[in-house]
Design a binder for this molecule. Sequence first.
Ligand code: TIU
Length: 223
Amino acid sequence: MTTPLNIPARPFAFALPPGRCALIVIDMQRDFIEPGGFGESLGNDVSLLRAAVAPTQALLSAWRARGWPVVHTRESHRPDLSDCPSAKRERGQPSLRIGDPGPMGRLLVRGEPGCEIVPELAPLPGEIVIDKPGKGAFYGTALQAMLQSLQVTHLVFAGVTTEVCVQTTMREANDRGYDCLLVEEATASYFPQFKAATIEMVVAQGGIVGWAAPLQAVLEAMG
Ligand code: TIU
């Protein structure tokens, strides 16, 4: 096997094995990042998530240049909402609920404009796109089978939001035996303090969930 790339990271260096690592871009959808979508309906300032777009673009470029596997996820539901538990739909006091019509179509419904990934990060033909009904990308999807068929053992994470869908997916992946690295600038939260706390939670206790590294460390290691 090719020598692993050494990425300076916390809590210690992350050894990235070429040919065994996928980039997982979580839920970079218009519904979370643009005004009028699901994120804003929950009362959030969606402009905070924009900061993760350019760093994620840089990661995508590096991954595509190497020809390594890229997985995009979308938090999304069937038009009949049969995969949206009422506990999820009825939660809280949002201005619009999942499935309600908004300025970008029905919130978090597959095929609607708001459900699409932002144009800057649009998937290329051949890249995997996973539609997931939950916060974690392994729940109710074929992600694990796809990663197994690609012989992937290491996952590098970008996306939103850090403490919700990114952290949930990293924890699911960690329990399934994947080594997981979170790229700090390529993730964002509506609550900056939750992003910071999530990074600390991931790397604490010797990397109890995984590793975290700055974007530049990943790009330099990848050349
Ligand atoms: N609300 C929030 O922070 N996040 C979500 O609802 N989904 C994702 O994180 N993708």
